[in-house]
Design a protein around this ligand. Structure first.
Ligand SMILES: [Ca+2]
Length: 203
């Protein structure tokens, strides 16, 4: 097998990822081997990234959400993520309210990347989150948040904003820190399925 040289993660990158994520050295190293097997170029394309979501949400339509997540990590907009960005995506999309996760959530909602969030941007992301929830699960949502419109209204009201106002990053992070209910509304509540992807990489 002439081409079987194993490529390992550089020590610097490994240390950086261990420091900034919840993943162990073993998970990161085996994850890297699996990543290289599936993406031999060392980078994952938007289409491959979407395919992961499609695989884990067969009952829903996760493509729009996957595209938004991808956009929020593709800082130079070249349509590719490297291993570091990919791992950060897995890490930051899991629920929690560390500053790092909230900064990412702000970037997710700032669709046009102009540094503030409008109500329309909230609606766009909330709609993509709704597409991830199966019709069956949507039936169990409370009355005032069981459509994308209602949920976006509720979020916008919780921030104390009027329709044409804008939300800065500081206001967004402060609002979510102060109010667990906003956190629940802005996050996608089922990241476990995507997280399973990394566990799979253990083999
Ligand atoms: Ca914006």
């Amino acid at each position: 097998m002439g081409n079987s040289k194993s490529v390992s993660l550089s020590k610097d990158l490994l240390e950086e990822l261990k420091l900034n994520t919840k993943y162990s050295e073993e998970q990161l190293c085996t994850g890297y081997q699996t990543f290289l097997r599936e993406c031999p170029s060392g980078r994952i394309s938007k289409q491959q990234f979407e395919a992961i979501y499609v695989k884990f949400f067969p009952d829903a339509d996760p493509k729009a959400y996957a595209r938004h997540v991808f956009r929020s990590f593709d800082s130079n907009s070249d349509g590719m993520l490297d291993f570091k960005e990919y791992i950060m995506a897995l890490h930051l999309t899991s629920s929690g309210r560390s500053i790092q996760k909230l900064e990412w959530a702000f970037n997710l909602y700032d669709v046009d990347r102009n540094g503030s969030i409008t109500k329309k941007e909230i609606q766009e992301i909330v709609e993509s989150i709704f597409n991830m929830i199966s019709k069956e699960d949507q039936k169990n949502l409370p009355d005032d948040e069981n459509t994308p419109e209602k949920r976006a209204d509720k979020i916008w009201d919780s921030f104390g904003k009027k329709d044409n106002d804008k939300l800065t990053e500081e206001e967004f992070i402060q609002g979510v820190m102060d109010n667990r209910n906003i956190l629940r509304l802005v996050q996608f509540g089922q990241p476990q399925k995507v997280q399973e992807r990394l566990k799979e990489m253990k083999h």
